[in-house]
Structure formats: C-alpha cells, structure tokens
Design a protein around this ligand. Sequence first.
Ligand SMILES: Nc1ncnc2c1ncn2[C@@H]1O[C@H](COP(=O)(O)OP(=O)(O)OP(=O)(O)O)[C@@H](O)[C@H]1O
Ligand SMILES: [Mg+2]
Length: 483
Amino acid sequence: MPETWSAVGSALVTFIFFWDMFRRYCPPGLHRYLEKCTARLSRFLNPNIQVSIHEYTGNHLRPHEAYSIVNAYLSLNSIDAKRLKAEMAKENENKLMLSMDEYEETADVFNGVQVTWTAGKVSTPPRTGGFSYYLEPDRRFYKLKFHKCYKKMMTEEYLEHVIRKGREIQARNRQRKLYTNGHSMSYWSHIVFEHPAKFATLAMEPEKKEEIVDDLLTFTKSKDYYARIGKAWKRGYLLYGPPGTGKSTMIAAMANLLDYDVYDLELTSVKDNTELRKLLTETTTKSIIVIEDIDCSLDLTGQRTKKEEKPAEEKPENVEKKSSRKEKEESGSKVTLSGLLNFIDGLWSACAGERLIVFTTNYVDKLDPALTRRGRMDKHIELSYCKYEGFKVLAKNYLELDGHPLFQSIEELIQEVEITPADVAENLMPKSAKEGPEQCLQNLICILKETKNRKCREDKDAETNDDAETIKDAAAVLDTHAM
Ligand SMILES: Nc1ncnc2c1ncn2[C@@H]1O[C@H](COP(=O)(O)OP(=O)(O)OP(=O)(O)O)[C@@H](O)[C@H]1O
Ligand SMILES: [Mg+2]
C-alpha cells in the first residue's frame, strides 16, 4: 500500500511539473486551442445545464427582480438545506424569511424530474485607485442545475412555475402600503396600511353592502373579460354623501377585502398635469387610487362656480375643505379637469391593470358630468344617514349586542331623524368603564330625541319665517294699493 501512494504522489508531481512547463513555454495559439478543446470535452461529458440568477444586474447594480422571486420560492422549497439564513422579508418588515446560506444546495422536483439549486456569492474586490466610503455589496446568485434532456421543460414550464409560486409567496408576505404625496412632493412616500375597517363592520343596508362586495370581487376576477372586450382593467367608484357617513371607511374596507395598496392622491399638492402623470404612472397594479373631496381639490366647475351664488351649505365641517382649494390656488397647482380625465382614461391606465379609482365628495351635484359619467366612474355609491339596519351593525360592533329591549325605541326614532353613522358610533362608545351597553343605548336615545326636537323647532321657525314673509309681502302690496 505505501508503494502505491508513493507511485501516485510521484505521478502527480511529474504531471504538475510538465503542466507548468507546458503553460510557460507552449505557444499562445496552441494554448488557446487546447483550452477550447478541453471546454468542449467537458461540455460533452457534463450532462447538466446550469442557469444563473444574479442578485444585481448591469453595471449600476440594479436589484434583479428574478432573484428576489427565486429567493421567495426557495424560502419554502429549500427544506433539505442544512444551513439556512434568516433575513427580514423585503415585503414585510415584521417577517423573517429563511433562505439557503451561501454555497448550500437543495433539490426540487418538478413533474418527476429532480433539479438542484445552489446558492453562491461573488465577493466584490476592493476598489483600486482612490479611497471610497461606498462599499459595494457582495453579488449573490442562485444556480439551477438540471439534465440537458429536460432543457425545454425546465426553461419553459419549470421557470414559469418558480416565478408564479415565488410571486404568490411574496404576495402572501407582503404588507399593504398607504402611499401619499405630501405637501409639494412630486413622489410617493408610504407607510404600512393597517386600517381595521371591514365590510362586515360597515353600517349600511345589507343588500347594498352585498352588491358592492360582489361588484368588487367580480372586478378582480375579470382579467380575461376586460382583455376580451378591449378595455383597460380598471374600475371607477364615486362615493358620495354627507360628512361622517363612512366614505373613507369604505375605501379602507375595499383595500382590506381585495388586499390592495392605497394611493391617497392629494391633488392640491400636485403642481401640474405633468407631475400628475408622473405620480400616476408610478402607481402599481392591485391598488386603489383615491382622490378625497374631489370637489374641493379641483376647480371642477370652471366658470360655473363664479356665476353661482354663495353655496347653500356653510356647515363648519366644510370650511376646512374649502380652505384646501384656497391653499391649492395659493400654491399655484395647475392640475386641470381635462388633465385628470385624460389620465383616468388615458393610455397609462392600461399599463398595469387591476386598479380602482375612487373619488369621494360631499356634494355630488357640484361635480362636472364629464367626471361622473359611466365608464369613468362606473359605480356611484351613496352613503347616507344611519338607518335601523346600520344601527344594528354598529350596536354589534361597539356593544356586542344582537338585540335589546331599547332597540325598538331606537328603531322608531332613527327613522325620523338624520344622524350620521359617525354620530351613532360616537354615542354607542362607552365613555368610562362604568358605562354598560344599556347606558350607551340610553345616550343614543337622548341624542336622537334632541335631534328630533331640534328639527321640529327648526321646521317651526322656518314656517313662522315663511308666514312672516307672506304677511310682509301682503302688507307691501296693500301699501302700494293705498298709495
Ligand atoms: N357607515 C359606517 N359604518 C361604520 N362606521 C362608520 C360609518 N360611517 C362612519 N363611521 C365611523 O365614523 C368615522 C368617520 O367616518 P368616515 O371618515 O369614513 O366618514 P366620511 O364619509 O369619509 O366623512 P368625510 O366626508 O368628512 O370625509 C369612522 O372612523 C367610523 O368609525
Ligand atoms: Mg372621508
């Protein structure tokens, strides 16, 4: 045995010696030719094909989307890898995502064919020439290896399967975001969207609620339908009604139902149509673009507002909204109605489908018909004062009550008064630990009675004023005749 080892050792030393001699003194042409032959031979002998997916692409080290998708796919499929690493998921800052550590290998099976995934890393050499604070990241990659006879299946079907599954995992991990364009900002900033609103807790007639939920779910499943009829995959909703009737709450419920991001577009902060176009083209698919209080954000009525007399509604809650239009005028926003309409209907809307556009307003009559016509705002939803059905939902939400002897009085009173769900909700909320459900219902009854009495008084005053006006007019007529 020792003789065999020494023979192998001396053969190896002789080979290395001659190889070194050959490399040094062989003419370069012959050297290249031999290298090519060796590569060809190894390709011929190696039955596998390799596909590399790098973390960054190009000279500017742009993150490569395919890498993060494969990373997500392997986070669930690298079960047999022994060394795993945990990183915060890019899509969710509260979630750890496991993936294979560098130089680890795992197998996957697709249609009965086994493939191998290897994780690797190319360390970036330190920069030469000059000092730099900037450290380039290591370039990680995944290598997929499979037998060459499955090339077609792997490059077409398997990679498609990896992308689809990886995207699904990313979508499951992802936290929804609320994007806003703040004051004079020509870009979106975002926070995690965690609004608890649900359709189940929204106070409105059950049939109406069901109709809206059906409409939304049908929309999300209609990709092929929209493609067939040649229409961009988007839908416009106009939510209108008095303040505190649940327009903003419904938008949050829509986002939660469909798992969409929300882009809250503050038109008064948008400088001009060019900036509006930029912001809108940056929105992503599966999102709701919201413009709240559209009547206050844009001079929708053009000349008409100037001719109109002072608007009848001068409620305090509207003063704030009006001031935002004033702000817009002061800040010099030049977004026009036609600009907005062009973007709703324009080519950008077809770029990334599955988008809802939601406008809200307190005064639907003030809106230009061009904005609200079907096709732009496909569904008009009125959110109105709280009725008995709505009250029952709120009583369940706030007091966990399905029924109570006081419900009957509330049912009678609520038919006669105009009270918003926001006001009902506020009165149903216990104000101290001592306040039980009965006390809260009593509070609501008090408010309903007060509102009813106030309304009676106002109606009476209005009647008296009308009578006084009539008497005045009659007196004026008599005076004229007497003269
Ligand atoms: N229909 C509703 N169902 C459940 N809660 C509601 C409803 N409407 C209002 N609320 C409650 O009242 C609060 C205010 O409602 P919301 O902000 O959605 O009203 P809004 O219609 O958007 O008002 P505004 O026109 O002033 O923007 C919400 O936080 C919610 O708790
Ligand atoms: Mg609102």
